[in-house]
Design a protein around this ligand. Structure first.
Ligand SMILES: NC(=O)c1ccc[n+]([C@@H]2O[C@H](COP(=O)([O-])OP(=O)(O)OC[C@H]3O[C@@H](n4cnc5c(N)ncnc54)[C@H](OP(=O)(O)O)[C@@H]3O)[C@@H](O)[C@H]2O)c1
Length: 325
């Protein structure tokens, strides 16, 4: 089978298509013929071997797992021993990061518990664009309590996978949504329903004087006190991604000094992929409340170009790789 591989940590230029043996499903696994897969920032972290924690998981000097790809959609073609949830022919999707990635290939063998049934109304490209970003969006919005109609919510880094999905879900809940990203992406975000847009290259959203019930930040890098300043009383700040070190330090050292803000909650959202939430995403899709925004599809063979496009940042929503079927 063909797979997009890398042999050492580094830039996208070294990604190449190689012929690899087709994997065999082990106990509790199914073999999936992959039809579509999408790029997430974790794939780029794997390729670069950065931040350092990646090297602890994937090899200090040389990557142990050499095929990136967490988000997949495809068809089950074989089941391993004790795998009972799916049959050959079933259309599935999911985030397989927990099974050592490997989705940017024609076939992948994965534990069936990481997968859910794909809606027949979803294309394979849409299903591939949904898992990680969709799960991060709904789990981030649930962080420290569900969002309520009428609330004012801010999404920082709104033009990417997580933001474009969170925005649509929030509008279906009748909330007022402010999207922060670079100017070029704000028009597209308004067409998806954003009520307000802030250009992060010119404006610091924590310093505008506007206050929010919930802030979902995919690229957090400010201090705890800055975030608390932008929250309403009882407001919640959910960090999805960004500069972990600075924020952790700030939470441990500064937080105790900020006792007068005790009624505001701030934390780092821990991601938990699971089938129940994947099924919830499917229902949102079927109800027209969440449709993945696909910036561009690339053939698997053009995977290095797809990564270069991802690295450029000049995209809205998700970038998808398509396999020949
Ligand atoms: N919490 C967890 O357990 C967990 C698990 C998995 C992943 N993650 C994290 O989830 C995040 C993935 O989000 P995603 O898929 O939506 O990312 P994405 O598709 O790369 O989108 C990020 C968006 O943020 C914009 N951006 C960049 N710098 C910004 C800044 N300083 N201020 C505001 N916006 C900025 C980018 O635009 P430009 O690049 O054009 O500027 C882009 O539109 C990553 O941070 C990842 O580490 C967290």
């Amino acid at each position: 089978m063909l797979a997009l591989t890398y042999a050492r940590y580094g830039p996208a230029d070294q990604l190449e298509i190689k012929e690899l043996p087709q994997p065999k499903p082990k106990k509790g696994e199914v073999l999936v013929k992959v039809h579509g897969a999408s790029i997430n920032s974790w794939d780029l972290d794997m390729l670069r071997g950065s931040p350092w924690i990646i090297r602890l998981l994937n090899g200090l000097f040389k990557p142990r797992y050499t095929v990136p790809g967490a988000d997949i959609a495809g068809v089950v073609v074989q089941t391993g021993e004790h795998a009972r949830d799916f049959q050959p022919g079933d259309e599935v999707f999911g985030d397989i990061a927990g099974a050592s990635f490997g989705g940017f290939a024609e076939y992948v063998a994965v534990p069936e518990k990481l997968l859910a049934r794909k809606s027949p109304r979803m294309t394979f490209q849409q299903a591939a664009a949904l898992p990680q970003a969709g799960l991060l969006a709904i789990q981030g919005l649930r962080y420290h309590g569900d969002v309520k109609p009428g609330q004012s919510i801010l999404i920082n880094g709104a033009g990417g996978g997580v933001g474009t999905l969170a925005l649509q879900y929030l509008k279906s809940l009748n909330t007022e949504v402010t999207c922060v990203d670079r100017l070029e992406k704000l028009e597209a975000l308004k067409s998806l329903g954003a009520d307000h847009g802030i250009d992060y290259t010119t404006t610091d959203y924590t310093q505008t004087g506007n206050l929010y019930d919930k802030i979902l930040d995919v690229i957090a890098h400010r201090s705890v006190s800055a975030y608390k300043q932008a929250l309403k009383p009882n407001g919640v700040f959910a960090m999805i991604g960004g500069s972990m070190g600075g924020l952790l330090f700030s939470m441990m050292i500064t937080e105790p000094l900020l006792s007068r803000f005790r009624h505001k909650k701030l934390g780092i959202m821990g991601y938990r992929p699971n089938r129940t939430d994947l099924d919830f995403l499917t229902r949102l899709f079927e109800d027209g409340k969440m449709t993945p925004v696909i910036d561009r599809c690339f053939a698997l063979q053009d995977g290095a170009d797809a990564f270069r496009h991802f690295i450029s940042g000049k995209f809205i929503g998700k970038i998808v790789l398509e396999m020949e079927t």
